[in-house]
Design a protein. Sequence first.
Length: 95
Amino acid sequence: MKDKSMKTILTFAFIITSYFSWAQLTSISGHITAISTGEPLINVTIRVAGTTTGTFSNLNGYYEFKLPPGSYNLNVSYIGYLNETVQLNLKANEP
């Protein structure tokens, strides 16, 4: 019984920590299209350099993910196109 209670407490502590961490994240989103045609590009890779964080554009060329405040380089790649690196500076919400 004692072991089960400890698991419940640890799970609850993890959820609380995750909630507070999530509140400090900033949403990064965008729409990726081909310059020549204006058509959305599907499955473009958007990755934060030096991390495993990233996502792909959807069927309409949209993407979204969350990051904490800081400075980042986003690597954008798509088959048949030149890779692009975008510098991004995210600031914490200010009142």
